[in-house]
Design a protein around this ligand. Structure first.
Ligand SMILES: *[C@@H]1O[C@H](CO)[C@@H](O)[C@H](O)[C@H]1NC(C)=O
Ligand SMILES: *[C@@H]1O[C@H](CO)[C@@H](O)[C@H](O)[C@H]1NC(C)=O
Ligand SMILES: *[C@@H]1O[C@H](CO)[C@@H](O)[C@H](O)[C@H]1NC(C)=O
Ligand SMILES: *[C@@H]1O[C@H](CO)[C@@H](O)[C@H](O)[C@H]1NC(C)=O
Ligand SMILES: *[C@@H]1O[C@H](CO)[C@@H](O)[C@H](O)[C@H]1NC(C)=O
Length: 857
């Protein structure tokens, strides 16, 4: 879900592909056929640059024991590199410090105390939590933050450098002040926050106002990882405050160490908690469309129990849905338990301190507690709950019980990451590639996030649909229009223990709110189009995922397919149109009559039509699986409705009006244009070929699409497109373009994601593509073959313990074309493979070449 935006296209295919100058550490450089002498000088310069960076990187990496062993294994690859023994340099590190992660060359510290880099994990050490935070503007940023939380954690903790709201993240790596640590539930840059809590500490004069309380820091003092964050804030003449943080799913664990300037006398350390704040609602989709929003809150300072409690009812997306989906009683509670007694405390309204008042309600509400002068260190555990104060305390007792050290919290969270990330191992990847791979992996393991909590009667959650607490497991943060493409397939491989419950949670939403989710952020928000929950359910059922009722799932997807939303003939259901009922398949009324959504009646009509046709395909799969063959047949026919939009005069898909007239090529698209959407037939490429008049015509269209710079990988409608070439008999073009996109739209820096991460979809694309395949038709649980990026990639599957071994010797040194593929010793001729072939594990032996091949034609 990135807003459509043209970015400079990669160079057209005609231009020679530069043989990537491999750093000396990798395999021998192979000249691809397309290499031409006149480019030699440019290439030489490029080679020098890349080699230089590599020399720099590897000289540093060699100092980390396990990187050193990677770099030195196969020593013939590393001739000429200066060898520094790990201990040579670690002696220069201050006592007790180690390198906690690889060098991402962004000026941040990468040293931490040993206990925060344990357990040792190769995967964790490559994760750059700042990857995707950069970018020139929200559209072109990953929208990622350096959050500390376990995988799928309910509350993620991040340093806060600015106010967050729709289109703005709480952390921006260009900022130089920290205004606190925020426990956030904002699931993506274009979605709203729900019930955050902020905590801040300083010395000397107490300032609670968000803007004024920010303290400067130096980037070299900042250490950030998924399990531990550290920084040193400058409180001016009063001294410095060191902040350290780790977190479990529902509890933040924070340690403040105060370093008062010895010269100044009376400086009391204090900690501020923001219960409710002034924030913003975006009306429309421009950052300037924001209007102030003042959620209600409550705070109470309990001096005797060394505790501060509070709540707020902030939900920035509450304007999006109508009154029948209010989550009106939504509250996010926090309980902050401190390790040190308070000397006193007080609350503040709008930054104005009310001395000696310990309890209050209202807007822009904060509280602070002060500690005895000279208190060196204060630890705080902040439990968060959507249920009650009592539950917030219970979350603390269960997740970070009294006496648990910060190091222990960090180790537990790091183990959870390590357990997943270390399923992957790769050979032939550069440090940059490894950072992209493991950070991508981490990015796919965040959403949907758990919102149920361990109550005495088992798991329970606040249901925004029913506006009460109900038993069961539940998740929020479903960006389904994005994630149904590849992230959901990836979770089935690497987090199968969660997937059944994630779908069961969708079924609960259906029971409680009447519909499956589209973009659930506490409740449905109506963002984006289509009922792609149908695809997730079809996929899970075809694969045999357990944990939800297949008959009920069939009812739910059948309702999507045949029941228009309320007021369908009245409303246009615009993007971010406020106060609408649940949108689901808006325009289904005319879609069922005319075969398409009419542009004069509904917004985003072209995209809707194509998306609904795909969802009909998905629903037909569910129907078949439950034996509803008659309905399946109807839906299979309807899945061909994409044909209504094909304008044979222009050779493009085009939206239509209700009188069947064409609406114009620019009309009716969401987050894509008539180029991408013409190729938006993921379930029936043979049908698209017929429509266009043969494979050659489709290939011609694809060539124009790519060479004309129309493939905008920054947004999801383009994600499957390079994989269409092979289905039209041009495997080398799939292989070429997939590799190019992998190289151009991903790198290890803060700017390393060309578009919004969209809850893991951007990253899932990279991971699958690096493995050599992609779920073009996720509903049918099939994959289209591409070509692997690296010499060897192994993925261990957590449920079966089986390994998928992707062997593609030479892929790392730029052999990008496939001569042959053998899966478990058998020649693989078909370029579409079933999920079972993948999940069965085994050896995928790719024979890679530097020039075009006939395999797969
Ligand atoms: C980060 O801040 C800079 C400077 O204000 C801004 O130009 C940039 O757009 C911000 N990044 C994002 C992703 O919002
Ligand atoms: C995305 O970026 C473009 C170009 O800067 C801008 O016109 C558009 O409004 C942006 N979209 C949003 C939603 O901010
Ligand atoms: C791997 O990293 C190198 C830089 O170290 C980069 O040039 C190359 O494009 C990356 N490859 C992929 C497939 O991401
Ligand atoms: C990473 O990608 C961004 C955006 O494409 C680009 O500006 C930046 O130069 C790249 N950095 C590296 C080291 O490749
Ligand atoms: C779905 O996948 C199966 C292989 O599992 C394949 O035989 C079948 O043709 C596919 N169905 C559709 C509608 O694409």
């Amino acid at each position: 879900m990135t807003d459509l935006r043209r970015r400079q296209a990669p160079p057209p295919l005609e231009q020679p592909i530069s043989p990537i100058p491999q750093f000396a550490g990798a395999q021998r450089r192979t000249l691809s056929k397309s290499w031409r002498p006149p480019k030699t000088i440019v290439l030489l310069l490029l080679a020098l640059g890349v080699t230089g960076v590599y020399v720099y990187l590897s000289s540093i990496l060699e100092n980390i024991p396990f990187f050193a062993s990677r770099l030195t294994s196969g020593s013939q690859n590393h001739q000429g590199f200066k060898k520094i023994r790990p201990h040579d340099e670690s002696t220069s590190l201050p006592e007790g410090l180690v390198y906690g992660h690889a060098d991402f060359q962004d000026g941040r510290s990468r040293t931490c105390r040993l206990e925060f880099a344990q357990p040792e994990s190769e995967g964790c050490a490559w994760v750059n939590v700042n990857l995707g935070n950069g970018g020139p503007e929200p559209n072109l940023s990953g929208g990622m933050i350096p959050a500390v939380a376990p995988p799928f954690g309910m509350t993620r903790w991040t340093p806060q450098t600015r106010e967050n709201y729709v289109s703005m993240c709480p952390y921006n790596q260009t900022d130089s002040k920290i205004h606190g640590l925020i426990g956030t539930h904002q699931p993506a840059i274009w979605m709203g926050e729900s019930g955050s809590v902020e905590i801040h500490a300083s010395l000397g004069r107490v300032i609670t106002d968000f803007q004024k309380r920010g303290l400067p820091f130096k980037r070299k003092d900042e250490y950030a990882s998924a399990n531990y964050y550290r920084n040193l804030l400058d409180a001016g003449q009063d001294g410095k405050v060191e902040i350290e943080m780790s977190a479990s799913s529902r509890v933040g664990h924070i340690r403040y160490t105060f370093h008062p300037t010895s010269a100044t006398a009376k400086v009391n350390p204090h900690v501020v908690l923001q219960a409710s704040r002034k924030t913003w609602i975006l009306h429309g989709d421009q950052p300037d469309d924001k209007v102030p929003y003042l959620p209600k809150g409550h705070i109470e300072i309990d001096i005797g129990n060394q505790e501060v409690r509070g709540w707020n009812d902030e939900r920035q997306d509450h304007v999006l849905v109508g009154d029948e989906l209010p989550a009106k009683g939504f509250k996010s509670y926090f309980v902050a338990q401190f390790s040190q007694p308070f000397t006193h405390g007080a609350i503040s309204h709008s930054g104005m301190i009310e001395p000696d008042v310990l309890k209050g309600d209202g807007e822009v509400l904060a509280g602070y507690v002060q500690f005895e002068e000279g208190t060196p260190e204060v630890e705080v555990r902040v439990g968060v709950s959507f249920i009650s104060f009592e539950q917030a305390s219970r979350n603390i007792d269960l997740e970070i019980p009294q006496g648990q050290t910060l190091a222990r919290t960090s180790q537990r969270t790091r183990s959870e990451w390590a357990e997943k990330l270390d399923l992957l191992s790769v050979e032939g990847a550069t440090p940059s590639n490894l950072t992209v791979l493991y950070t991508s992996f981490a990015h796919t393991l965040v959403y949907p996030y758990e919102i149920s909590e361990p109550t005495p009667n088992g798991p329970a959650y606040y249901s925004g649909y029913l506006d009460k607490v109900v038993p069961g497991t539940s998740y929020s943060g479903y960006s389904i229009w994005d994630t149904f493409r590849a992230q959901s397939a990836w979770l089935i491989l690497v987090a199968p223990e969660r997937v059944g419950a994630m779908i069961q949670s969708m079924m609960q939403d259906y029971r409680e709110g009447g519909w499956l989710p589209m973009w659930k952020n506490i409740v449905e928000t109506n963002i984006m189009v289509g009922s792609h929950a149908d695809s997730m359910i079809a996929q899970a059922m075809k694969i045999g995922v357990q944990g939800f009722d297949y008959d009920e799932a069939w009812q739910a997807v059948r309702k999507n397919a045949f029941t228009p939303p309320d007021r369908d003939t009245e409303l246009r259901f615009g993007d971010r149109e406020e106060g609408t009922p649940q949108e689901v398949r808006a325009g289904l009324t005319e879609y069922m009559k005319l075969g398409y959504v009419a542009d004069d009646l509904h917004t985003e009509s072209g995209s809707r039509t194509l998306n609904y046709a795909y969802d009909d395909h998905a629903t037909s799969i569910v129907a078949s699986l439950v034996g509803a063959e008659e309905v399946a047949k109807v839906l299979r026919e309807r899945a061909k409705n994409y044909r209504y939009l094909y304008n044979s005069k222009t050779g493009h898909m085009e939206a239509r009006n209700s009188d069947r007239s064409w609406a114009g090529s620019e009309k009716g698209w969401t987050e894509g244009d008539h180029w991408a959407y013409t190729l938006d037939v993921m379930h029936d490429v043979p049908g698209l070929i017929d429509l266009m008049g043969g494979k050659d015509k489709l290939v011609e269209f694809l060539d124009k699409h790519f060479e004309g710079g129309h493939n905008l990988h920054t947004n999801e409608p383009s994600h499957h497109i390079p994989y269409i070439y092979i289905l039209a008999g041009q495997p080398h073009k799939t292989q070429e373009w997939v590799r190019r996109i992998g190289e151009s739209d991903y790198n290890h820096t803060a700017d390393g994601l060309s578009g919004n991460e969209d809850c893991g979809q951007m990253s899932a694309w990279y991971l699958f593509s690096a493995m050599g395949l992609y779920p073009v038709d996720p509903a049918n649980a099939t994959y289209v073959l591409g070509a692997p990026f690296f010499d060897t990639l192994t993925l261990r599957l957590p449920d079966s313990g089986k390994r998928i071994e992707v062997l593609a010797k030479g892929a790392s040194s730029n052999l990008r074309f496939v001569k042959n593929l053998r899966v478990n010793g058998r020649d693989q001729k078909d370029v579409v493979v079933d999920h079972n072939l993948l999940s069965g594990g085994g050896r995928w032996e790719w024979e890679m070449k530097g020039d075009h091949q006939v395999w797969g034609m």
